[in-house]
Design a protein around this ligand. Structure first.
Ligand SMILES: [Zn+2]
Length: 340
């Protein structure tokens, strides 16, 4: 089968590799409906760690079950399924408390190859959620978005306690940030301030429910948010970047007693203790427990209440994976979908 492999910084290739097989009793093999590139794949693409041997990339997936191991009960061949970037048993105490992405037996899906034609999913019973019927082809991008970027945006909003009557700021205009806007809208926020300086992303943010756009960054961005919220700052800041600047912007844009939901994978962020102490804000975030949200998100997509697949503004044949990475790296595309 074909799979995307990263051979070195900025060196993406589509190679022929061995098709995955059932290894553990709880595995499922799925034929992927499409593949996509995540913003977090770009860290490896840009060479944050040296690559000595070709590595698999990607961690988002949906498709049709081909085969299951002998202990799998919840999904069967022919089911259309969606999973998240950590496989989880969904039975341990941490899973049951709603933190499947910290499952005591979690398996990173990045270790399998999700940008490939077939995928092995361990802990299939706990990890995979089947759609009630075979989805129409035009729903595939949205279901693929549910696998990570939508679920992650949703967690940012939940972690920041977004709800009716609240003012929200979203820091980051990548796919997660834009879907955090959509999530804030679904959760009933009154005012949603999207921070973006890209016209096409601002437009999509407005379509997803943003009421205000702030193009300024850093201290200027914080000042603009305060000006829009009676000098107080927002109730909820959703951080979807993961840098020092974006994290401090989120904390400083939040009023006392407010909440920051941070889902941008943290890179060299260090928080000044004294400022944190006097900020009086709640911080909650991390890798999103997407598995917990999949049933609800899948239902909304299947009923066509939401269209998170709108974040895919570039669609390419699978063999053009290298161009998909280039386009995202250069910010020419928000998110790229690869069709087999
Ligand atoms: Zn678990």
């Amino acid at each position: 089968m074909r799979a995307v492999l990263l051979h070195g910084a900025h060196d993406v290739r589509v190679d022929e590799v061995t098709k995955p097989q059932i290894v553990e009793d709880g595995d499922a093999i799925i034929k992927l409906a499409a593949a996509c590139v995540c913003g977090s794949d770009l860290w490896a693409y840009r060479g944050i760690d040296p690559i000595t041997t070709p590595i698999s990339v990607g961690h988002e997936y949906c498709g049709v079950v081909q085969e299951v191991g002998p202990s799998v009960k919840n999904v069967k061949p022919g089911d259309f399924v969606v999973g998240s970037f950590f496989a989880s048993d969904n039975t341990c105490e941490i899973c049951r408390s709603g933190y499947q992405s910290s499952c005591l037996d979690r398996r990173p899906m990045g270790a399998e190859n999700c940008q490939a034609e077939y995928l092995r999913v361990p802990l299939a019973d706990g990890t995979l959620v089947a759609t009630p019927t075979m989805p129409d082809p035009d729903l595939i991008p949205s279901l693929l978005a549910a696998s990570d970027v939508l679920g992650t945006g949703w967690f940012a909003a939940k972690a920041a306690e977004v709800g009716p009557g609240k003012a929200v700021a979203v820091i980051g205009d990548g796919a997660v940030g834009l879907l955090a806007v959509l999530s804030a809208k679904l959760l009933g926020a009154d005012r949603i301030i999207a921070m973006s300086r890209h016209e096409s992303r601002q437009k999509l943010a407005r379509e997803f429910g943003a009421t205000d756009i702030v193009a300024e960054r850093g201290d200027e961005g914080v000042a603009r948010i305060k000006a829009l919220t009676g000098g107080l700052g927002v109730h909820s800041a959703l951080e979807a970047v993961g840098t020092q600047e974006s994290m401090m912007q989120a904390i400083r844009a939040t009023r006392q007693g407010g909440h920051v939901g941070y889902v941008g994978v943290s890179h060299d962020v260090s928080l000044p203790g004294l400022e944190l102490f006097f900020s009086h804000v709640h911080l909650h975030g991390g890798p999103a427990p997407v598995r917990d949200y999949l049933p609800e998100l899948i239902e909304r997509i299947m009923k066509r209440e939401i269209n998170p697949g709108r974040v895919f503004d570039l669609e390419l044949p699978f063999d053009d994976a290298a161009e998909a990475y280039r386009a995202m790296d250069e910010r020419r595309a928000i998110k790229a979908l690869l069709r087999f």
